[in-house]
Design a protein around this ligand. Structure first.
Ligand code: LRH
Ligand code: MN
Length: 426
């Protein structure tokens, strides 16, 4: 299924006059505050988020999975789905593959297909948290941290294999997330486990192509429930420094203990030039992988406020990689991803409206009340007309969810793929 411009124009035209009225009002307000509307729109358009290849079907938990009809059952159909997302939102111009869940059969054909949708290949993800059919050794007791040298080497080899796959697709980064840890006190030696992990990551790092990055993703718990080797940002930061200049920390929003100040972590990593990228999602309790901005939209805004400050003041930190990592247990995966993309753009746009100069001044003067007024003035601004304009100018939908439903995209995908097609992934 491929959407065409006429289909979108037909639906957009019903919303254009209301959009123009709201946009003109907002653009006027923004100009009066001394900001350039076109610069903001350009930044929003350049902000492309990678869609996870493992989150285009129905997700689930150990208590069950409620399948969703018309799921993409192969990589070609997954790229097609991301093509639909990108056509509607104009902000989903990349895919992040998880290996071995999504190994291309025909690399040139897959690259041509992705290219035909203006989709590039972002970070590739290795998987040493599940035993692989062809893998001889089990990762039950860990992979890069395992006490067995043979198992560590098998895991290192897998990561080197994933880099080769990504290199053939034009990807420029490898994300390593380890489930490695322990379920019981006494089960593992924390020092030995970390040392093995560090040495194994260095073996992988040595094989990184010159223009590649290594993203080290941390997580406090699950699937291990007593200790996790790479449990927090500090451990990831330490390992990235041990590896070298091309290694960075990856911040998955769901990988923090309750009430962790994530915007402070983001600020510190950018100051140290070690913020590699994000896995955007939202959560109430654990690694819930919920729709971005569905539970804590203000926290997301504060994270983007720290990001905007860092992107303006920390040239030592490269432009971060933006990826979604969510699971769709009850929503239509594509509608869920559209809502996440909208929430990300909205938080970014609100953060761009923060008068950073005025804020720094108020901070210097310890005018605490004014500091809050400045950031909340931006947060309380309805920026949706700006997002709409950014999409419209690129041929997207004024209202992606409305257009998705009006065009009966899910119904058409079910017709094409059948009700029982199932996507690989989580
Ligand atoms: C671990 C994680 C990691 C992926 C997996 C699918 O919780 O966030 O990024 O490999 O989800
Ligand atoms: Mn993640």
């Amino acid at each position: 299924m491929r959407l065409n411009k006429n289909q979108l124009d037909n639906i957009n035209k019903k919303d254009i006059s209301e959009h123009n009225r709201c946009f003109d009002f907002l653009a006027n307000t923004i100009s009066q505050n001394g900001q350039n509307v076109n610069t903001l729109i350009k930044k929003l358009q350049d902000f492309q988020v990678a869609i996870p290849s493992w989150a285009l079907g129905a997700g689930g938990t150990r208590f069950g999975r409620f399948k969703f009809q018309g799921e993409p059952s192969n990589l070609e159909q997954k790229i097609e789905d991301i093509g639909i997302l990108h056509t509607l939102t104009q902000t989903a111009g990349a895919i992040s593959l998880h290996i071995p869940w999504d190994v291309p059969k025909d690399y040139n054909a897959i690259k041509d297909l992705a290219n035909s949708y203006d989709i590039v290949f972002d970070a590739v993800n290795s998987n040493t948290f599940q035993d692989q059919k062809k893998g001889k050794e089990s990762y039950k007791f860990g992979s890069l941290s395992n006490t067995s040298k043979v198992i560590r080497e098998q895991a290192v080899e897998h990561n080197i294999e994933v880099i080769k796959i990504g290199d053939k697709l034009g990807s420029k980064s490898l994300t390593v997330w380890l489930a490695d840890g322990a379920n019981f006190p006494g089960q593992s030696n924390f020092q030995t486990a970390l040392q093995h992990t560090q040495d194994s990551l260095k073996d992988i790092y040595k094989t990184l192509p010159e223009d590649w990055k290594l993203f080290i993703e941390y997580k406090p718990y699950e699937p291990n429930f007593y200790s996790t080797v790479i449990q927090d940002w500090g451990t990831s930061f330490m390992l990235a420094n041990e590896c070298g200049a091309k290694a960075y920390s990856l911040v998955d929003l769901g990988h923090h203990l309750p009430n962790t100040n994530i915007e402070q972590i983001v600020s510190i990593l950018m100051l140290k030039g070690k913020l590699g990228g994000f896995h955007f999602n939202d959560s109430k309790y654990g690694d819930d992988d919920l729709t971005v901005g569905s539970v804590k939209p203000y926290a997301l805004f504060l994270i983007f406020n720290a990001l905007v400050y860092g992107m303006e003041n920390n040239p030592q930190n490269p432009y971060p990689a933006w990826m979604i990592d969510a699971s769709h247990n009850i929503k239509d995966p594509l509608e869920d991803l559209i809502q996440s993309l909208e929430a990300i753009q909205e938080a970014y746009a609100k953060a761009l409206l923060v008068d950073q100069k005025l804020l720094t001044e108020a901070q210097q003067n310890h005018d605490v009340v004014k500091c809050q007024e400045i950031i909340q003035d931006a947060y309380r601004t309805d920026v949706r007309p700006l997002l709409e304009k950014a999409r419209l100018n690129r041929g997207g939908a004024v209202n992606p969810i409305k257009t998705y439903r009006s065009l009966k995209i899910r119904e058409n995908l079910i017709k094409e793929r059948g009700a029982d097609s199932v996507a690989s992934g989580l």
